[in-house]
Design a protein around this ligand. Structure first.
Ligand SMILES: [Zn+2]
Length: 278
């Protein structure tokens, strides 16, 4: 009895001491084990299906669209913030991006049709890093996606939930919420621009005044060409400054031709970020 009575407080004291000792080390530990909150590598609201095949390296999943959209050319998004680097491997990954998220975590995006960021660029979650393609050893456009911890492929988690590893497509689906929250991109426009209900020159809604304006996203549409030969097919979704009688100026489309900073068929914000597709 007396022994037990003595031992219990002693054990408690030891535990407290151990906790205090651990408490002096953990900042490094916590940093290296913090897992980024990875999101789907494709645009907000899109639904893709995924599968894993036995010849696959590490713990990859391959994604193709399952929402009626075309897989080839769809934007590939950073699933978490980090430093992106470009790579090429003819016999396997093709054009691919590796993002280093810090803390030992990396993600890979293989078979890209094109890159959207410079090698070494810091990218934010939801930023477009490339377009889906079929480069390297690939049979049909898809995103080959991986999450690695200290160089070892992990079972893929999206928004903290583990995905399944089915052997074929159309058994499991993933709808993206990546980039849904980052809704405004600031751009400078050089002249007053008419906004339209759709990305073309029908049904004008009002005017976006020249200056610094926000836009939400972009859509490919009718080409607008200036007298000096500059042109742009992209249309930017925005809210207009003035609205014509009986029209709705919210969520109208203005041609990216009016962007002050960027070239033909480019649609970037003032920080050089590619404006995401709507
Ligand atoms: Zn693959």
């Amino acid at each position: 009895m007396s022994l037990r009575r003595l031992w219990a407080p002693a054990a408690t004291a030891l535990l407290v001491l151990a906790a205090l000792l651990l408490g002096t080390v953990p900042s490094a530990n916590a940093a290296t084990t913090a897992t980024p909150n990875f999101k789907a590598p494709f645009a907000c609201g899109q639904k893709w299906t995924y599968s894993h095949h036995s010849a696959e390296v590490r713990r990859a999943l391959d994604f193709v669209r399952a929402d009626g959209g075309t897989t080839n050319g769809s934007p590939v998004l950073a699933s978490a913030a980090g430093t992106a680097t470009r790579h090429y491997q003819a016999s396997g990954a093709g054009n691919y991006i590796k993002i280093d998220h810090g803390g030992g975590w990396q993600t890979y995006y293989f078979h890209l049709g094109a890159f959207s960021v410079a090698s070494g660029a810091y990218v934010s979650q939801g930023q477009q890093i490339g377009t889906t393609g079929n480069t390297g050893n690939s049979f049909g456009a898809h995103i080959h996606y991986e999450q690695l911890y200290n160089g070892v492929g992990q079972n893929i988690r999206i928004n903290g939930s583990a995905l399944a590893y089915p052997g074929s497509y159309h058994q499991y689906y993933l709808t993206s919420d990546n980039g849904c929250g980052t809704s405004k991109y600031w751009v400078d426009t050089f002249a007053n621009a008419t906004g339209y209900a759709q990305p073309n020159t029908n049904d004008p809604q009002g005017v976006l005044n020249a200056g610094t304006n926000y836009v939400y996203c972009k859509v490919w549409g009718q080409e607008i060409r200036g007298a000096n030969g500059t042109y742009n097919h992209w249309w930017l979704k925005t809210d207009l400054d003035t609205t014509y009688a009986g029209k709705n100026g919210r969520g109208a489309y203005v041609s990216a031709y009016y962007l002050s900073r960027w070239g033909n068929d480019e649609a970037r914000d003032n920080n050089g970020r590619v404006i995401p597709n709507c």
